[in-house]
Design a protein around this ligand. Structure first.
Ligand code: FAD
Length: 405
């Protein structure tokens, strides 16, 4: 009947609370969340929800009543400000103190801010929370000029949704290509061309030096080459940083994320960390990594809930994630660590193809565009480490089943 306290009521924290009950935990559960609403899904904030194709209620992981009905003391609008491991308590922003037997840190990540002039002007936004998304949605519409700083997945999704809402969209990216941190050049080119076809303008290899404004509101983005890109609103999507300060201050081991083991346990056996905030082992690649995806949040919520309730450790999963832009369904499995060869299967011109990242004959990652079989079989190949013949993989007349046989 241990008291489990969960810090952060996001995808990972909310799921862990529900799983603890499902796995038979009978003791008290307290779920502390800085945001004013119960745990919800963030992916639609840049996709279906932003385009107006999903309502706010459909984003919630569970209806608000769920928490009380399952004896989960959900405390919205409260932030954990200090962790005192020596007496197993957490100090909250309302001044109260909460004692725990087991603690789960699920504080997620926050958008990285640009330390440039004008970043605090009205109309310069981030996209992490439902509140951010409301603000963004109110600012985009027919004829509005939207500047997107950062050509990563979230930036590109916002660009696509912005076009769907009739906005004029310019994406500004520091690197010479899109998705530079996460995808191969083939995919970068494909996405740039696809977005251009849909009317998005790109400024690649450009350095954003500031935001200009009038009466406190953004009117443009200034570049190092002296130009100003006029805009009515700007979204900054240049990556996220883990909310791991509370853990680091309490002396837990951190490495750009709270270091955990395969049970999602930190260097303190009474403290777990899950989701975007965790720096976790990846047995498939024999390394540690901090992932930012819903499947990762779910997997680690399962690991922690299983460990806390004395269940066997759940089997490892192949990491995966997705992105929706226009009519494109991108599915990604694995990470291209140490890959030395890229195999493109199918023709990008048909918008139905896959990019495999190989290390020798082993598939490390796959990016599949409108290509579910390539994603599914690729994911299996990554998980079971079975070698493949790159030439056969590149030949779409040979089915994925045969390639993997
Ligand atoms: P979060 O969901 O961020 O939850 C953390 C919560 O903790 C937040 O509510 C925060 O306010 C709260 N918190 C922080 N500090 C404290 C504190 N000290 N005390 C109390 N509460 C605190 N992933 C995919 O797999 N596919 C996608 O297509 C995809 N699209 C995305 C689109 C957008 C716009 C965004 C923002 C993310 C997207 N992601 C996607 C990533 C995915 O949403 C995250 O990986 C996931 O939400 C991580 O869950 P989490 O619980 O670790 O963190």
């Amino acid at each position: 009947t241990a008291h489990v306290v969960i810090l952060g009521a996001g995808h990972a924290g909310g799921t862990a609370a529900a799983l603890l009950r499902q796995y038979g935990h009978e003791g008290p559960i307290t779920l502390v969340g800085e945001e004013p609403i119960p745990p919800y899904q963030r992916p639609p904030l840049s996709k279906a929800w932003l385009k107006g194709e999903a309502d706010a209620d459909s984003l919630a992981l569970k209806p608000l009543e769920f928490y009380a009905e399952h004896g989960i003391d959900f405390r919205p609008g409260v932030k954990a400000v200090q962790l005192k491991r020596s007496d197993r308590t957490v100090v909250l922003s309302d001044g109260s103190t909460l004692a725990y037997d087991v603690l789960i840190i699920a504080t997620g990540a926050r958008p990285i801010a640009l330390p440039i002039p004008g970043a605090d002007l009205a109309g310069v936004m981030f996209l992490r929370t439902a509140a951010d998304a409301e603000q963004l949605k109110a600012a985009v519409g027919p004829g509005k000029r939207l500047a997107v700083v950062g050509g990563g997945y979230i930036g590109l999704e916002v660009a696509a949704s912005g076009r769907a809402l009739g906005a004029e969209v310019t994406v500004l990216e520091r690197e010479p290509r899109l998705l530079a941190r996460v995808a191969c050049p083939e995919l970068s080119t494909f996405f740039r061309e696809y977005h251009e076809k849909h009317g998005v303008t790109f400024e690649l290899g450009c350095s954003v030096t500031g935001f200009e404004g009038e009466a406190g509101r953004v009117t443009g983005v200034t570049l190092a080459d002296g130009r100003t890109i006029a805009c009515d609103a700007a979204v900054v999507g240049v990556g996220a940083a883990p909310n791991d300060e509370i853990a680091a201050d309490a002396g837990l081991e951190t490495a750009r994320g709270v270091v955990v083991d395969l049970d999602a346990r930190t260097s303190d056996p009474a403290v777990f960390a899950i989701g975007d905030v965790a720096h976790r082992p990846m047995p498939i690649y024999d390394r540690m990594f901090r992932m930012e995806s819903v499947p990762n949040a779910l997997e680690q919520a399962k690991q922690a809930a299983a460990a806390i309730t004395g269940r066997p450790r759940p089997p490892g999963e192949c990491p995966w994630q997705w992105s929706d832009q226009y009519d494109l369904k991108l599915q990604i499995a694995g990470y291209p660590f140490d890959a030395d060869q890229i195999v493109v299967r199918g023709d990008p011109a048909t918008a139905k193809f896959a990019v495999f990242h190989l290390k020798g004959s082993q598939v490390q990652a796959v990016e599949a565009i409108n290509a579910p079989p390539e994603f599914m079989m690729g994911k299996q190949l990554i998980a079971n480490r079975k070698p493949v013949d790159p030439a056969r993989l590149a030949d779409p007349t040979i089915s994925m089943k045969e390639v993997a046989a």
